[in-house]
Design a protein around this ligand. Structure first.
Ligand code: PLP
Length: 426
């Protein structure tokens, strides 16, 4: 059992390359390395200096194609032929991502949704059924309900915090259990180990969108996941500089399937974005520690403020998710959500200085989102409200600024917006 503190380190070993590292050129991972701590793994896992130049950092292989010495032969031992299928910089990122989580396989994509689309197109055919969390990133809901739906794939959205509801939703033709924990945007936590057991018993794939915590704070494979999904646009790259996604798995056959779909659909990440993501990864555990510590301090503050109707943060001991989060997360993470009177929201947002209204998360800059009108606007209002995504809900991605500055700013904005609250109540 782990302790939910901002400074916890994972209990699973962070191996340098996983049990059998993916082919990566020019970086080949040492195979006999001892388990490393997460920050060491983030810097070194699956990476080595460039053999051609000695460059410590993997170069940006900005090329579409590769010279082939003869028919059926490649110059590189990793068989690069065309950058829609593979690229050395992208392979280095994949090797690093896989090594950090201690699994053999990772694939990098242009966006998180490209990764999710690849997962769905690899596993699902007309007539198949998916069980998914009812609180899910809005883009994933739209993809499942509208696009996959139009191809004859049906999805049942369930409360994934309720294992018996998930069990009841499973059918003969269910192929995939797809969940987010903590979920976007209400931060509710589902029992990964219990869901993993359910999926194994049913013989279906269990995929977890781990974007909010990454494997550094939530080692999903230790809890029974078959696939870890990441929008690397968020914490992994961490600097608001790229869009990207990743799929990680321990299953070689599944990895090959995913890779084939990626080549078919052309959704591999470009070399420059992969390079920026590699650079971001080097500080991921350090950043997550700071994001989590600041988020906890802010959650404590908001939980005592009279203008705040509700606070959602699994790292807060008063949260209904705390006990479960304590079992499967290594800290509460950098995301929280809180609820104000909807009338108060515009003035509150106008009173912020460093915290920016924007549709992203996981960056150095603190970002605030109004899910009802932004990330989850495509969900019908009655459904949104039933799921707790009300008009007064705000999602805060706590950045790397000094927490004292963020606390002061939140206090000011709450004070500025309070008069309107008093008028409304009068
Ligand atoms: N998964 C989660 C939890 C997200 O929050 C997002 C985007 O906000 C995505 C997936 C999609 O990622 P991307 O925007 O990189 O396509």
């Amino acid at each position: 059992m782990t302790k939910l503190t901002a400074s916890s380190t994972p209990s699973v070993p962070f191996t340098q390359s996983g049990s059998s590292p993916p082919a990566a050129f020019p970086n080949t991972a040492p195979s006999s390395a001892a388990p490393a701590g997460p920050q060491t793994a983030a810097i070194h896992a699956g990476l080595a200096p460039d053999p051609a130049s000695g460059s410590i950092l993997t170069p940006i292989y900005q090329t579409a194609t590769y010279s082939q010495p003869a028919l059926g032969e490649t110059l590189s031992p990793d068989g690069h032929t065309y950058s829609r299928c593979s690229n050395p910089t992208v392979s280095a990122l994949e090797s690093n991502l896989a090594g950090l989580e201690g699994v053999p396989h990772a694939l990098a994509f242009k966006t998180g949704l490209a990764a999710i689309t690849t997962l769905f197109f690899s596993l699902l055919r007309p007539g198949d059924h998916v069980v998914a969390s009812e609180v899910l990133y809005g883009g994933s809901v739209r993809l499942l309900r509208d696009l996959l739906g139009s191809f004859g794939v049906e999805t049942t959205f369930v409360d994934s915090t309720d294992c018996s509801a998930v069990r009841r939703a499973l059918r003969e033709n269910t192929k995939l259990l797809f969940i987010e924990s903590p979920a976007n945007p209400t931060l509710i936590v589902s029992d990964l180990a219990a869901l993993g057991k359910l999926a194994n018993a049913a013989g279906i794939i269990f995929a977890v969108d781990n974007t909010f915590l990454t494997g550094v704070l939530q080692p999903v494979f230790a809890h029974g996941a078959h696939v870890s999904v990441l929008s690397t646009t968020k914490y992994v790259e961490g600097h608001d500089s790229t869009t990207g996604g990743a799929l990680l798995t321990q299953d070689t056959d599944l990895h090959e399937k995913l890779k084939l779909t990626r080549s078919c659909t052309g959704s591999i990440q470009g070399p420059f974005d992969a390079w920026l993501t590699l650079r971001g990864l080097k500080t991921l555990p350090l950043r997550l520690k700071r994001h989590s510590a600041s988020a906890l301090a802010i959650a404590h503050f908001l939980s005592t403020h009279p203008a705040v109707r509700a606070i959602h943060y699994p790292g807060l001991p008063s949260s209904p998710s705390f006990a479960l989060a304590n079992e499967q997360q290594l800290s509460g993470g950098g995301m929280l959500a809180f609820e104000l009177d909807p009338e108060q929201v515009p003035l509150f947002l106008g009173g912020l200085q460093y915290i920016t209204l924007a549709e992203n998360l996981g960056a150095a800059e603190s970002l605030i989102t109004h899910p009802a009108s932004m990330t989850h606007s495509q969900i019908p209002i009655e459904e949104r409200e039933r799921l707790g995504i009300r008009d007064g809900l705000l999602r805060l991605s706590v950045g790397l600024e000094d927490p004292e500055d963020l606390l002061r700013e939140l206090q000011n904005a709450l004070q500025i917006s309070a008069p309107i609250l008093e008028e409304v109540q009068a």
